[in-house]
Design a protein around this ligand. Structure first.
Ligand SMILES: [Zn+2]
Length: 272
């Protein structure tokens, strides 16, 4: 089971990153994709991944909240990072009209620039979309034929939005949002509609601690070691075996991000 969304650069992990990664391995998590959300954090994510070869990879991009930071220098940094073997996707990029921390126009500009960059470099995309579905799909669609693949991470949209994302050929990333019976109710009903070969799982740690996790961590900090809980919940909602689902999602992540097969997932016993 592969966690495609870990914000390991977060200051919430500043004091115990090695332990967080160790706990993830011990919990059976087979790999981590570390999220880059602006130029600096993308560099930090790359160097954190480089210290954990074969287990951690990273993305390089500018999150819509940081779209106001976009410049020629940012693009040069992402371009340089994209060459490194740890960086396997452009992103996190997209649109977030829920909070509008950057203006919608700034967001559209930075998103378009990253779509163009990913197409030019032929790299997969790690996408974020909140309350911006129509604009998101219309900016993304012209680039789809030139992109090797993309995931809309932390999907929390409607059934129509899910169908549009699937129609566009996107992979769908599901977080512990789905564990919240109140806020995640609508999302829970969509779980059986995602084809098995398009589903990816993620914690989005340190955010989105699964609401029904017991015992509840005192810190309220989410960690990649809680991914098995999300796997179980999603498997239950889909009526599937959780081990089979974990393997399937690991294969999906490795296909999209073009990683080598995991030794653990090949069935060879290996202690990390
Ligand atoms: Zn996001």
């Amino acid at each position: 089971m592969f966690d495609i969304g870990v914000n390991l650069t977060s200051t919430q992990f500043a004091n115990d990153r090695d332990k967080v990664v160790k706990r993830a391995k011990d919990a059976g998590v087979t790999g981590l994709l570390l999220t880059g959300t602006n130029a600096l954090e993308s560099q930090q994510a790359q160097s954190l991944a480089a210290r954990r070869p074969g287990y951690c990879w990273s993305t390089a991009g500018v999150h819509p909240h940081h779209a106001g930071e976009w410049s020629a220098e940012t693009e040069a940094t992402l371009r340089r990072l994209a060459i490194s073997e740890q960086v396997v996707a452009i992103g996190e990029c997209g649109l977030d009209f829920y909070r509008n921390i950057a203006s919608p126009e700034q967001q559209a500009f930075a998103f378009s620039a990253q779509l163009e960059l990913a197409a030019e470099l032929s790299m997969p995309l790690f996408l974020h979309c909140r309350d911006a579905h129509e604009r998101f799909i219309s900016l993304l669609t012209p680039w789809l034929p030139s992109l090797p693949g993309a995931v809309v991470h932390c999907f929390t949209g409607t059934r129509d939005e899910l169908e549009a994302c699937l129609h566009a050929g996107l992979y769908v990333g599901i977080t512990g949002w789905v564990c919240d019976e109140r806020r995640g109710g609508a999302l829970r009903e969509l779980m059986p509609l995602i084809p098995a070969d398009r589903l990816l799982l993620e914690t989005d740690a340190p955010y989105l601690l699964p609401r029904d996790l017991r015992p509840r961590p005192t810190s309220r900090r989410n960690e990649p070691c809680f991914l098995p809980h999300i796997v179980q919940q999603v498997a239950g909602l889909r009526g599937e075996d959780s081990h089979a689902l974990a393997k399937q999602c690991d294969r999906n992540a490795r296909r999209l991000f073009r990683l080598e097969e995991s030794v653990a997932e090949q069935g060879i016993t290996q202690s990390f």
